[in-house]
Design a protein around this ligand. Structure first.
Ligand code: BEZ
Ligand code: FE
Length: 284
């Protein structure tokens, strides 16, 4: 625990909030309303959702300053450790009749000098065609559209999954009520999440959006950055479909990642106590 850093940032935050309360003449009723929202978000399993919508993109941008390799994107509240391992040809776990267009996601992973990195772990998670995440929203088989795979000896990876739609964050809890009061919609543009890990390099949390998709300019989490938007290529030629063993058109994206050297171990402000959201109240 870096006590000097804690003192600097917490005291600055305190000054900032007190100044804000003075300037707006925040009343006790308004103050209690704000604390109720924060407490309510925890009770509703939304503690991470509320902050990730408003603040996570800035923390990620800050972390990208001076970063070597690919920039990081927000993680959001829905990553879960321990997703099943996939073996080539990798297919994200899904129901036999999983809705959504087929999407192949492929790319290459290198180190900072362009050297291919073998065996990088890619940990993927995404929403289904209803915009819902397994293990979070009810009624979806556990670990659906979540999985881990390894890049091959030359740094290449490929996984077959489905094209997710734009995602609407839960509207009926405290976070949704705050957004409604602000007159904002609750959508994130369609996206795939991926974390990359290799023992010799810094972990990378990324997220990819699809060119031309809805809400790219008005993401409720304000997290879209140009480098994360990838062209979505549609294939429908009989040759391509035959080569993929498909009887309907499919989509493909390619994105390459550059891993940065592992930094010296950092010191967390207070340590982490992040919990899996208790979400059984969420309605879709
Ligand atoms: C998401 O990527 O799924 C997400 C990110 C921030 C807030 C809510 C959801
Ligand atoms: Fe997401």
């Amino acid at each position: 625990m870096d006590t000097e850093r804690i003192k600097t940032v917490v005291e600055d935050l305190e000054r900032l909030l007190l100044d804000f309360m003075r300037r707006h003449r925040i009343t006790h009723q308004e103050y209690r309303c704000a604390t109720d929202i924060l407490v309510g978000s925890v009770k509703a399993g939304e503690e991470s959702l509320l902050y990730d919508i408003f603040l996570e993109a800035q923390a990620t941008d800050n972390g990208n300053i001076g970063r070597q390799g690919s920039p990081e994107a927000i993680e959001g509240p829905f990553h879960l450790p321990g997703a099943p391992w996939l073996e080539p040809p990798c297919v994200a776990p899904q129901r036999l009749d999983e809705a959504g267009d087929v999407l192949f996601f492929r790319g290459r992973i290198t180190g900072p000098d362009g050297e291919p990195l073998a065996g990088v772990e890619l940990d993927l998670w995404q929403a289904n065609a209803d915009g819902h995440y397994s293990n979070i929203h009810p009624g979806i088989p556990d670990w659906s559209l979540r999985g881990r795979l390894r890049a091959d000896a030359k740094g290449w990876f490929e996984v077959r999954t489905i094209l997710p739609p734009p995602y609407e964050i839960p509207k009926y809890g405290p976070t949704g009520r705050v957004l409604a009061a602000l007159g904002r919609h609750a959508f994130r543009p369609a996206h795939l999440h991926v974390k990359l890990r290799h023992p010799g390099f810094a972990d990378l949390t990324s997220q990819l959006y699809f060119q031309g998709g809805d809400y790219l300019d008005s993401d409720v989490a304000g997290a879209v950055r140009d480098g994360f938007i990838v062209p979505l290529v549609r294939h429908d030629s009989p040759e391509r479909l035959a080569a993929r063993g498909l009887d309907r058109p499919y989509f493909e994206i390619r994105h390459d990642f550059v891993l940065a050297p592992r930094p010296a171990p950092g010191r967390a402000l207070f340590g982490s106590s992040r919990a899996v959201p208790a979400n059984d109240h969420w309605r879709s």
